[in-house]
Design a protein around this ligand. Structure first.
Ligand code: F6R
Length: 248
């Protein structure tokens, strides 16, 4: 495990984007899986800036959505589909045929899972994975206790996710179910970047990085991999060693 700490979230985003661009340039037809959520947004901006400077081609690779809230689709602000389109796929000019995202409104969950699993399999699994971490340690919508052998899954969201979720929906309640790439596929990714920022993530990141890996903290399972790159800002890093921390 390599941990990179930068003073600001801007600097962190630039460093991570540089690493991702290097990967894309070396693996120009790889499958990328990028978390939605607040944490990676600046990294996406920084990646687009690198493309604008001619340092990488974000349309050479393929993309798969990490997860989605069940029951909503692109037209709902706060859906992962809309966040990714507005912040990354759209401004980066990625052709639609290179992207496969979850349909949160799919009536048949099993068929939807199969569709995404086929896209994954057709590209030999995930090449590069950029993850955030939930306040309960979830990665994607792999909530605490999620099965480690699932390639994709539908899940009931846990109490912490339901408490935090309204931040994406202007304070309104979030959906109670999710669909996600599962731990089996995430663990097999060629390269994983786990990004977390802010003192409020210190408690869960301490459990993810410093305590024995457990399915109760899905992010901690990533430490069973040979390769794991963790990106954090100084605010989080300095809080990791403290017992008291900020809870915004
Ligand atoms: C989003 C996702 C989630 C988030 C996590 C952290 O696609 O998969 O696991 O990465 O909830 O969210 P933020 O970055 O908003 O703190």
């Amino acid at each position: 495990m390599i941990i990179t700490v930068e003073k600001t979230t801007e600097a962190l985003a630039k460093t991570a984007a540089g690493e991702i661009a290097t990967y894309i340039n070396a693996h120009p037809d790889a499958l990328l899986c990028l978390a939605a959520g607040d944490t990676p947004l600046r990294t996406m901006e920084a990646l687009i800036a690198l493309q604008d400077e001619g340092k990488t081609n974000l349309s050479s690779v393929y993309y798969i959505g990490l997860d989605e809230w069940r029951g909503i689709g692109y037209e709902t602000p706060g859906s992962c589909a809309q966040v990714m389109e507005d912040h990354f796929y759209g401004p980066a000019g990625i052709p639609k045929e290179r992207i496969q995202v979850w349909d949160g409104k799919a009536a048949e969950v099993e068929a939807e899972r199969q569709r995404m699993e086929q896209w994954l399999a057709a590209r030999g699994g995930i090449g590069l994975l950029l993850l955030g971490v939930g306040m309960n340690g979830h990665i994607g919508f792999n909530e605490p206790g999620s099965p480690e052998d699932a390639v994709t899954l539908r899940t009931d969201l846990d109490a912490t996710t339901l408490r935090v979720g309204p931040k994406y929906f202007g304070g309104a309640p979030c959906p109670t179910e999710g669909i996600s790439i599962g731990l089996a596929a995430l663990m097999r990714a060629q390269k994983v970047l786990l990004m977390a920022t802010g003192a409020h993530k210190a408690s869960i990141m301490r459990r993810a990085l410093m305590e024995p890996p457990t399915p109760q903290v899905p992010a901690s399972l990533l430490r069973k991999r040979e390769q794991l790159d963790v990106y954090m800002d100084e605010a989080l890093f300095e809080s990791l060693g403290k017992t008291e921390e900020a809870h915004p």
